[in-house]
Design a protein around this ligand. Structure first.
Ligand code: FES
Length: 116
């Protein structure tokens, strides 16, 4: 693993998000509540983009597709495809529960760096 310079810090102000490419990986950068996080832009459920996922007060990102929820510090699953009712349970069975990939991220020299 190595650190990759992905973006000038000023291009990701508080309350914003951006998808960047690091090699073949699509990485979602999130800046909220004075936190900076980098996660894969693919939901582990069906690999759909997480970009529009809602961030809740308990540091969780909720997938916009079937509402799987993941801890933004650890990637741990908090909910696995609970939506839509009934159909969500069927969709949940299609894939094994899997954590969200969370990448180490830092600010250095006025740039954002992601390790992967
Ligand atoms: S693709 Fe994210 S919950 Fe289904």
């Amino acid at each position: 693993m190595s650190w990759n310079k992905v973006l000038p810090e000023k291009d990701l102000p508080e309350g914003s998000r951006k998808v960047v490419k690091v090699g073949e990986q699509s990485v979602l950068l999130l800046r909220y509540e004075n936190k900076l996080r980098a996660v894969t832009n693919k939901c582990p459920h069906l690999s759909l983009p997480l970009f529009k996922g809602n961030i809740t007060e308990d540091n969780t990102i909720v997938c916009p597709w079937h509402h799987s929820a993941f801890d933004l510090d650890t990637g741990d699953v908090k909910a696995w495809s609970p939506w839509p009712p009934v159909v969500g349970k069927i969709l949940a069975c299609l894939t094994k529960e899997k954590a969200l990939t969370v990448y180490p991220v830092k600010i250095e020299d006025d740039n954002i760096w992601v390790q992967l």
